[in-house]
Write a protein that binds this ligand. Sequence first.
Ligand code: NAD
Ligand code: IPM
Ligand code: MN
Length: 368
Amino acid sequence: MANPTLLILAGDGIGPEVMAEVKRIITWYGDKRDMPFDVTEDLVGGCAYDKHGTPLHDDTMAKAQEVDAVLLGAVGGPAYDDLDFSVKPERGLLRLRKEMDLFSNLRPAQCFDALADFSSLKREIVAGLDIMIVRELTSGVYFGEPRGIHTEGNERVGVNTQRYTESEIARVARSAFELARRRNNRVCSMEKANVMESGVLWRQVVTEVHAKDYADVELSHMYADNGAMQLVRNPKQFDVIVTDNLFGDLLSDAAAMLTGSLGMLPSASLGLPMANGRPKALYEPVHGSAPDITGQGKANPIACILSFAMALRYSFDAGSEADRLEAAVEKVLADGARTADLLGPEGGSPISTTQMGDAILAALDASL
Ligand code: NAD
Ligand code: IPM
Ligand code: MN
């Protein structure tokens, strides 16, 4: 059987730095676990704009549609902040999500015990935390029309449109209920049905999908502002949270900090099954290109590495190998390995991006 195929789009800033460690781990799986992948690399974001004048070349888009999974680093940076909106690095990522139809974005927030004291919240609030945010990723205010900046009278007006069809809501709700069944069987849906019609429809459709096919799962609803408050007050009350594109963006960054650092949080963006049964998929850390630490060897590669673990689990049916990689990460943290972002206020001496990769590879070797 042909090897599974991966397209690596390392992107900008710390993207290539953290992806370099993932590439070593992919090689390890080929050498030590007899799981060879066929890897192709290409450009996305600012680096693609520099070369092609577009943040995502059509050839790259076509490759992304063909591979078994895409691994992405990060895009963006100050050099590109003033570019026209249509060619900004972030548009490259948004095009991938939209054209691959990756409607279900899984953003787990797990607090590794070794890091419970590094969260901005108290240990007892976050220790043992394990929640999953399911963010709708291909619609809502990110993509709704009309949009743009125009002039009315003598002033400028910026317009974006929040828009959801019932089928868009239903499919992401289903993916949240399916996930909950494999976890603690609870879903909390977040919107603002008190002020937005799209929120009213969201709540109705989630309730209908639940009643029809998932009555065994416990469902609750919460206004998203209260949800933000509850996430920092008592995050362990949640199992799966399902929410729209913009609320999911904000809530997942907040959840990231519960775990100690944005540098820890992976994500999987999943679409419909392909002919081979695997879902269309893109895996990326939740964090961005971190221009403030680029090129200094300070970036934490764990979010990107755990994103590859999600690829093993959700694209390659290798849950036990994903467990192995996650356990290796947990072990190095328990042993005290810390990149700079994981140091508490009392300080300590951080290790570099590459040294964190070394430590995780050594823990993988030790797992054999
Ligand atoms: P950011 O996530 O890049 O950085 C926020 C803070 O977290 C910074 O202080 C950074 O140093 C730190 N940080 C992030 N990742 C880290 C890691 N792996 N290790 C250690 N520290 C880490 O967010 P930002 O500064 O708001 O955005 C910078 C650029 O990245 C912007 O152009 C933005 O659009 C883009 N961005 C891209 C993505 C993506 O590619 N998916 C996500 C978010 C932001
Ligand atoms: C994320 C990022 C992206 C988003 C940007 C870079 C387009 O913040 O993946 O969370 O807003 O979705
Ligand atoms: Mn974000």
